[in-house]
Design a protein around this ligand. Structure first.
Ligand SMILES: [Zn+2]
Length: 251
């Protein structure tokens, strides 16, 4: 697998490549990233390219209260700075086990990995899960340190982000993996750059407003569900940033 520049050498310049432009290089790039391989640089491909090339970072300031991230009927996000890299369906439950199939809570995590690792974590889940070899963990959305947003599974799927043996259910809702959206903030929990917080505002706002998630279920911490094993998203997030994200969402 080459770098995006290998695929797009000489043809990808911001704004110059039109959606109608079909190329073998783009097709190869799409195949490698599990995108629909039509060879056109449409919005989904463009978002992944921009994410890989460090463009289009979180341009919407948090004071503008517009639901600029859209969520489709089947639970995929789209919008500025949002890239979608679907992981293999064997990494999650096809549906949530809620009454109407919609998520009822949002659980916050950090990845305990370096900034810039979201794409690889998605890529590593692009194949059929091998039990006993792969780490059986998945989540819906990663938010990078630079504010780029990467969705890996539909929001209506049950991802495996808070289901350890010692995990407690979300009070009044049920087990997190069957009822909630898992969002991973990329990093170690000690420092959240401003673009990452702004992106979180937009993602939380979109999900909360789309599914009508109550205020007290918008920012469940992994730590409170599994306190003996987990400390994420941690004190820095919860004291310095989560209040702002919640205010932005109207919670
Ligand atoms: Zn976690």
């Amino acid at each position: 697998m080459g770098s995006p520049d290998d695929y797009n050498a000489g043809e990808w310049e911001a704004g110059r490549l039109k959606p109608s432009h079909v190329s073998e290089l783009t097709k190869r790039f799409q195949q490698d990233h599990e995108l629909p391989a039509d060879g056109k640089c449409g919005p989904t491909t463009r978002a992944v390219l921009d994410l890989l090339r460090g463009k289009d970072r979180n341009p919407v300031p948090p004071t503008i209260k517009t639901p600029d991230i859209k969520i489709s009927a089947d639970g995929w996000m789209s919008g500025s700075g949002v890239a979608v890299m679907p992981i293999h369906a064997s990494w999650y439950y096809a549906k949530l086990s809620t009454v109407d199939g919609n998520p009822k809570a949002i659980v916050a995590h950090y990845t305990a990995t370096k900034h810039g690792t979201a794409i690889n974590m998605a890529r590593n889940r692009g194949h059929k899960l091998v039990k006993g070899v792969d780490r059986e963990a998945s989540w819906h959305v990663s938010i990078e340190g630079d504010g780029s947003i990467l969705q890996m599974a539909p929001l209506l799927a049950g991802c495996w982000h808070a289901g350890g043996k010692t995990s407690k259910p979300i009070p009044g809702v049920g087990k997190a993996n069957y009822t909630s959206v898992g969002i991973e903030l990329v990093g170690y929990g000690d420092f959240f750059p401003e673009p990452q917080v702004l992106a979180a505002c937009r993602v939380w706002y979109a999900i909360r407003s789309r599914y009508g998630i109550p205020a007290d279920l918008c920012m469940i911490t992994h730590q409170e569900l599994d306190p003996t094993r987990k400390a994420d998203p941690g004190k820095v997030w919860m004291t310095q940033h989560a209040p702002r994200v919640l205010t932005y969402t109207g919670a």
